[in-house]
Design a protein around this ligand. Structure first.
Ligand code: PMT
Length: 230
């Protein structure tokens, strides 16, 4: 049996990939299946938390038992739903893959080849940074967890990028997934690092997404315990 160490803790988890419409039939999206976010929500509920799952688009996944599910589509809808749920939450986990940009214009009718000579250009504008907004409006004692999908490159390793992102984003915990061919997105397993603002750097071995979820909730309960003991 799982520990009931999140009994009564109010948790918000975001999951899945946002879609930014171009016209009534097309969108800009990403490869998130929602599996990691749903595993986080399911495990938290099993450990006793009150869970609100704000979900963008996912593969066909069963609703995690005992959670309140709020479906959304675009980044701006996700922002609104997460912000409103976060107002009453002890912990917010941003596992959703949020589009950083959206098309400036959404065509009312399907864009036809004949509409365009020359070929059309899509102009993008920035979406709100939801995590940054959550950190800015953090309630006393509230724990905010970010996720990051990173690849190592010539400017640094996955862990280097993760350290920089944790500082920049100002969240309490950051889970960093190494992404690339067959990693993190869509698949059943995940791996990476768990970093905390207090300097924890824990390697998360390759395992089921529920296992990564358990590792994260262990870190969250440790933080909650320390905070409640001053
Ligand atoms: O859904 P799966 O197929 O199971 O895959 C899981 C996953 C790889 C999508 C997931 O584990 C993950 O890493 N999610 C975050 C991916 C991501 O968008 O990373 P990022 O580096 O672009 O964003 C960093 C953080 O800021 C994330 O917590 C993200 O939710 C948040 N963000 C991003 C953009 C934005 N406009 N607002 C945000 O709040």
């Amino acid at each position: 049996a799982l520990p009931r160490d999140l009994d009564g803790v109010r948790v918000v988890v975001s999951a899945g990939g946002t879609r930014e419409p171009l016209d009534p039939v097309r969108h800009l999206g990403n490869r998130s299946s929602g599996k990691q976010g749903y595993a986080l929500a399911r495990v938290a509920a099993q450990r006793g938390a009150h869970v609100t799952l704000v979900t963008a688009h996912t593969d066909a996944l069963p609703e995690p038992a005992g959670t309140e599910v709020v479906p959304v589509s675009t980044a701006r809808q996700l922002a609104e739903a997460v912000e409103s749920a976060a107002a009453g939450a002890d912990v917010v986990v941003m596992a959703a893959a949020v589009a950083d940009f959206r098309p400036v214009n959404t065509a009312e009718h399907k864009i036809k080849k004949t509409d365009h000579t020359p070929d059309p250009t899509i102009t993008l504008t920035r979406n709100p940074d939801i995590l940054a907004g959550l950190v800015e409006r953090r309630r006393d004692g509230q724990i905010i967890v970010g996720f990051a999908a990173e690849t190592g490159d010539e400017t640094g390793s996955v862990l280097d990028h993760a350290r920089a992102k944790l500082k920049r984003k100002g969240c309490d915990l950051l889970v960093v997934n190494a992404v690339g061919e067959g990693k993190a997105f869509e698949v059943e397993e995940n791996t990476g690092w768990l970093l905390s603002a207090e300097g924890l750097e824990q390697r998360i071995p390759l395992g089921a997404k529920a296992q990564l979820a358990a590792t994260l909730w262990d870190a969250v309960t440790a933080l909650l315990r320390r905070r409640s003991h001053g």
